[in-house]
Design a protein around this ligand. Structure first.
Ligand SMILES: [Zn+2]
Length: 48
């Protein structure tokens, strides 16, 4: 399971509808709203 970086919910990569690439990594989201928030300001959600 992947973790939605926005709301920290678990997301199954196999069935996830919403994903985004950032700096060569793929992130998965539970909903379109979370993806939009992430794309607006990825730095706020990515913990290196
Ligand atoms: Zn979410």
């Amino acid at each position: 399971m992947a973790i939605d970086p926005v709301c920290t919910m678990e997301v199954d990569e196999a069935t996830a509808k919403y994903s985004a690439e950032y700096r060569g990594r793929t992130y998965y989201f539970c909903a379109r709203g979370c993806k939009k928030l992430f794309e607006r300001n990825p730095e706020a959600y990515v913990r290196e």
